[in-house]
Design a protein around this ligand. Structure first.
Ligand code: PAF
Length: 285
């Protein structure tokens, strides 16, 4: 596996890959890789001739300096995992390499980012869109792979691709879970034993709410029930629980035939912020 730290190296690799007539898959990550990331790499390998994974803890998408400072960084373990997973190349740039000057461009995704993560983390999706655009320009992939755990991020990246006419396909992959239902996340490494023990309640609440949605329980009632359940959960401080239209991400007043529903939450577990979601029509819920 080739390892690059400069945009110029990544560009040269992308150019050579395209000149050889090969299809390139991109797996953007912030590292501290887990089985969810490796599934994205496996999917990219199955569909593309070459795969580049990027590992970059992007400062512009953190609105909380402690979250940025404490985000796990394991470059050696990450490159070992990516090599073992069959990546063709890994890109691990510095912040100076990605941002030789502060970006002045600001993205505004309208209603898509006025809810959930966008509402709770001002500037977050501006930072995501900035770095993802930079990676798309440098790697020029045919396909880019993202996890559905970040449901809102996937919606925003799809909008970015449509609005800026990026010539690539976004592939979204289902959330990978631990045996007890906890969604895999790089932040799980930071959970204390007590917080880790409490964490499966998040998916339990989502699964219970999904069952209620299937039974036709009104959205406001589903939300209130989930909020009440999680308020009683030891070690969990719920930030939000949303019953939303899966495409527009707007809160649902009522169900509409043919419109998929997504249930999303964010919670603090002993200083570690986790998010999760389930799609009600998804049989894996
Ligand atoms: O999902 C993530 O890990 C990040 O938001 C991404 C897409 C790599 C951009 O920094």
């Amino acid at each position: 596996m080739q390892i690059f730290s400069t945009v110029a190296e990544l560009r040269a690799f992308a150019e050579a890959t395209r000149c050889a007539g090969h299809r390139l898959g991109l797996v953007p990550t912030m590292g501290a890789l887990h089985a969810g990331h490796l599934q994205l790499v496996a999917a990219a390998r199955a569909e593309c001739d070459a795969v580049v994974a990027t590992v970059f803890v992007n400062p512009t998408q953190f609105n909380n300096p402690d979250d940025y400072r404490l985000y796990p960084r394991l470059p050696q373990a990450d490159t070992d995992l990516l090599a073992a997973a069959g990546c063709t190349a890994a890109f691990l740039p510095s912040a100076e390499e990605m941002y030789p000057q502060p970006a002045l461009l600001r993205f505004d995704f309208g209603a898509l980012e006025r809810v959930m993560e966008g509402a709770q983390r001002p500037g977050h999706f501006n930072g995501v869109a900035t770095v993802v655009s930079k990676l798309f320009h440098a790697a020029r992939p045919h396909r880019a792979y993202f996890g559905q755990k970040d449901w809102q991020q996937v919606a925003i990246v799809r909008q970015l691709v449509a609005d800026l006419s990026f010539d690539l396909e976004i592939v979204a992959f289902p959330t990978v879970r631990e045996a007890d239902g906890l969604a895999m996340s790089s932040r799980n490494r930071r959970l204390s034993p007590a917080a880790r023990a409490a964490a499966p309640q998040l998916h339990q609440a989502l699964a219970a709410a999904a069952a209620q949605v299937r039974q036709g329980v009104p959205p406001a009632q589903v939300q209130a029930q989930a909020e009440a359940t999680l308020a009683q959960g030891p070690g969990i401080t719920l930030e939000y629980f949303a019953v939303a239209d899966a495409a527009t991400l707007q809160p649902l007043a009522a169900y509409a035939p043919g419109r998929a529903v997504v249930l999303c939450l964010a919670a603090d577990l002993g200083g570690v912020r986790l998010i999760d979601n389930v799609m009600v029509e998804d049989e894996r819920v």
